[in-house]
Ligand binder design. Structure first.
Ligand SMILES: Nc1nc2c(c(=O)[nH]1)N[C@H]1C(S)=C(S)[C@@H](COP(=O)(O)OP(=O)(O)OC[C@H]3O[C@@H](n4cnc5c(=O)[nH]c(N)nc54)[C@H](O)[C@@H]3O)O[C@H]1N2
Ligand SMILES: Nc1nc2c(c(=O)[nH]1)N[C@H]1C(S)=C(S)[C@@H](COP(=O)(O)OP(=O)(O)OC[C@H]3O[C@@H](n4cnc5c(=O)[nH]c(N)nc54)[C@H](O)[C@@H]3O)O[C@H]1N2
Ligand code: SF4
Ligand SMILES: [Mo]
Length: 684
């Protein structure tokens, strides 16, 4: 008997990662055997990261949720019994309907980027909540501060084309760790390096990427704007400014000159905790090497001044005329390269003139405990807030409320699912159709379903379709198929969902690497790079770039009690909290660590590998300490995001992070967090 043939199904990585790879799913007899990276897709180049090359391990994981569940134990214990879809849907529709009759704003949807797909993300789900009149969610947990700051200066996130990166002669990784968080960008960096480019990392941590750079500037967290102002100070002082570009395509250079005069290298060195010579050398490189590319990532905007930092850094390329080159300028994201039809996807018209309140996902703990009117029902999909939201003590207390009705759509029994009243089993990327908008390149990616749904799992879109029917919503849009939604995803005549599904992807924007802004034309109000911004003034951020100190500054009085700045950036083998339950990947990460500098460890009498207690005014947790110069002095690093229940003491780094928001964009401040560390008194 000959084995059935293997078919290759074109798919797309759904994860919150800039690379959005083209996947090939190898299927035989309805079973996905493995997932590989497409060689034809230029960004993917035949390679997947370690995590997604194990995607079948995740899809067929023995712990996959395959039937609806109803809670039978106390909240948080994870005790459930199976129930039928009919019962689950009836119970949810009954509870939501009853609350909505009193006040629909007491219902809150909570979702983020568990999948970046537009169909399984915020389409049918948003239609449902709009029709209901539920509170709206401000989706700020990741990038909103950086986006807001970046856009004040540049107008929109139309970052440099990935395919031009190998041409750059100077690449600055600014709060970015691409070996971990965007490995296909790193491939381009390596190619540029082979061709002679100089690579610089600006990062408080000697990350896996920073250690491979020619230069590593380990500044204190949250001080990036000061460094950018110092670089501009030197460029102006040394007459390294491209005056022709500046005069044609920027707004407010004279005012900027006055501002940067306030940031001489001595002052900046002291704010950033680095040497003056490091600033001088970087300014000299930036003023003389072209094309120069700044690869910012969101690591530099997770402090109180996050938006200001992004706004200030993005002033640099115009000053030296870096935008004259296809490989010059800034890449934070390419999100605005795509004409997403949000109105068609989410149908805000279903609000029918109602204007429900908006609650911020980054302060969910606070809202669950104190919002008025009270949040009475919470529906969570594509997110694991109990693990990923800041200030766990409040988040957990909020999720524990007996009078809160919680529904969670999930693949796995996560920390959040443990607090659900009803858990609904969702399909993975191999089991549903989608189109994925990337943020690191210019290709919209299409995902065909490769296998049938496992067990009784259903796509998010179908779950919200069924809920809409159970609630008696009869608008035609609730009968749209996934393909209908995919067709509506982008505006304009160029988009063809069927073709994208057949080809695997479809490029938007310039067809080849281009110096998009060589002749200006920035999508700002003035059409220029706005050093001076009236929008910023109106937003209360001041007309000019400046430096805003962290909320928990190492120079503040609070530092007398908690002298160490803790950051908790992504671990290589997890994707936020996704994959933590895949044994092979968790085994590679080992256990939740705290990296601490030898002098900081010595001052506290710590020895390698021992369990330490990390604490501040919000809480404490135990981590195993690694004594290493990867962490600069004064900074400790807890790679994240662990599932609380898979950590020894049932907590993760968010036990210590705060719900303080950024200067603009209402974003979280995960990396703006003072702590103290001490030897743990062993409890058994
Ligand atoms: N493997 C893996 N890949 C991922 C993720 C993951 O969890 N795991 N997460 C995905 C998501 S959602 C996102 S948003 C991106 C995030 O991607 P990145 O933005 O690259 O990730 P971060 O770790 O937040 O930041 C990168 C670096 O910034 C440094 N950093 C921290 N604070 C500061 C600071 O104040 N200033 C400067 N200059 N640097 C600082 C960190 O030490 C880290 O090395 O990655 C995506 N890719
Ligand atoms: N301390 C600390 N906290 C952080 C960060 C940090 O660096 N440090 N990073 C922050 C950042 S940048 C981000 S983006 C957030 C990320 O926070 P989240 O967006 O919540 O990301 P994940 O933790 O990966 O959780 C996504 C969940 O969605 C589920 N999921 C995936 N696909 C589907 C689907 O098709 N249907 C359904 N129903 N579920 C699905 C996955 O199983 C997973 O449990 O975390 C933030 N929190
Ligand atoms: S997580 Fe990123 S690198 Fe890994 S397969 Fe997905 S898009 Fe590619
Ligand atoms: Mo993120």
């Amino acid at each position: 008997m000959s084995a059935a043939p293997i078919t290759i199904v074109k798919a797309a990585c759904p994860h919150d990662c800039p690379d959005t790879c083209a996947l090939e799913v190898h299927v035989r007899d309805g079973i996905a055997l493995k997932v590989t990276g497409s060689r034809e897709h230029r960004a993917t180049a035949g390679v997947l990261c370690n995590k997604v090359s194990r995607y079948t391990e995740r899809t067929y994981h023995p712990d996959r949720l395959l039937v609806p569940l109803r809670r039978i134990g106390p909240k948080g214990r994870g005790q459930f019994e199976p129930i039928s879809w009919d019962l689950a849907l009836a119970e949810i529709a009954g509870r939501l309907g009853e609350i909505a009759r009193r006040n629909a704003e007491a219902i809150l949807p909570y979702s983020y980027a568990g999948t970046m797909g537009l169909v399984q993300g915020d389409s049918m789900a948003q239609r449902f909540f709009h029709r209901l009149g539920a509170s709206r969610l401000d989706r700020t947990i990741c990038s909103s501060a950086g986006a807001a700051g970046h856009n004040l200066t540049l107008g929109a996130r139309l970052g440099v084309d990935l395919e031009a990166v190998d041409e750059a002669r100077l690449i600055i990784l600014w709060g970015a760790n691409p070996i971990v968080s965007s490995v296909h960008f790193w491939t381009r960096v390596q190619e540029a390096k082979r061709r002679g480019a100089k690579i610089v990392a600006i990062d408080p941590y000697r990350s896996l990427s920073a250690e491979k750079c020619h230069v590593h500037i380990a500044l204190l967290p949250g001080t990036d704007a000061a460094l950018a102002l110092g670089l501009m100070h030197i460029l102006v002082r040394d007459e390294r400014v491209d005056l022709d570009y500046v005069s044609r395509h920027t707004l407010g250079f004279e005012a900027l000159k006055a501002r940067v005069a306030e940031y001489p290298p001595e002052r900046v060195a002291s704010i950033c905790g680095i040497r003056k010579a490091e600033i001088e050398a970087l300014a000299s490189d930036y003023g003389s090497i072209a094309p120069a590319l700044i690869r910012m990532n969101y690591g530099m905007q997770r402090a109180r001044g996050g938006a200001m930092a992004a706004r200030t850094i993005t002033c640099l390329p115009a000053l030296v005329g870096a935008w004259r080159h296809a490989a010059g300028g800034v890449l934070l994201s390419t999100s605005d390269n795509f004409p997403t039809d949000v109105a068609a996807l989410q149908r805000p018209d279903l609000l029918m003139g109602r204007n429900p309140r908006t609650l911020n996902m980054s302060t969910i703990g606070d809202h669950l405990l104190r919002a008025d009117p009270k949040v009475e029902a919470l529906v969570v999909w594509n997110s694991n807030p109990v693990a990923i939201a800041p200030h766990s003590a409040e988040v957990v207390e909020g999720f524990s409320r007996e009078d809160l009705f919680t529904v969670v759509l999930e693949h796995f029994q996560t920390d959040t699912a443990d607090y659900a009243d009803i858990v609904l089993p969702a399909t993975t990327q191999l089991e549903h159709l989608d189109v994925v908008k990337p943020y690191g390149h210019y290709d919209v990616m299409a995902n065909n379903a490769a296998i049938a749904p496992l067990g009784e799992a259903k796509p998010n879109s179908e779950i919200f379709r069924l809920l809409a029917a159970a609630m008696g919503f009869d608008e035609a849009c609730f009968r749209d198929s996934d393909l209908d939604i995919a067709r509506a995803a982008f505006k304009g005549p160029g988009w063809d969902a069927e073709r994208a599904l057949a080809d695997g992807w479809m490029r938007f924007g310039p067809t080849r690497p281009t110096a998009r802004f060589a002749n200006g034309g920035f999508p700002t109000p003035s059409g220029k790079v706005e050093f001076v911004s009236s929008e910023a003034r109106r937003a209360g951020l001041g007309e000019l770039p400046d430096y805003i100190a962290p909320a928990e500054d190492t120079r503040s009085p609070l530092a007398a009690r908690f002298p160490l700045a803790m950051i908790s950036p992504p671990a290589r083998n997890f994707l936020n909290s996704t994959f933590v339950n895949v044994d092979s990947l968790r085994a590679t990460e080992g256990q939740p660590w705290l990296d601490i500098h030898p002098r900081d460890a010595a001052a506290r009498g710590l020895s390698e590998g021992e369990t330490v207690r990390v604490f501040n005014q919000r809480g404490s947790l135990r981590l195993a300490c690694r004594i290493t110069t990867r962490a600069r002095e004064g900074v400790v690093v807890a790679l994240s995001i662990w599932w609380r229940k898979l950590a020894k003491d049932g907590k993760n780094a968010n036990e210590l992070t705060s719900q303080t928001l950024t200067d603009l964009g209402r974003g979280p401040t995960f990396y703006d967090c003072l702590v103290e560390v001490e030897r743990a008194v062993e409890t058994s």
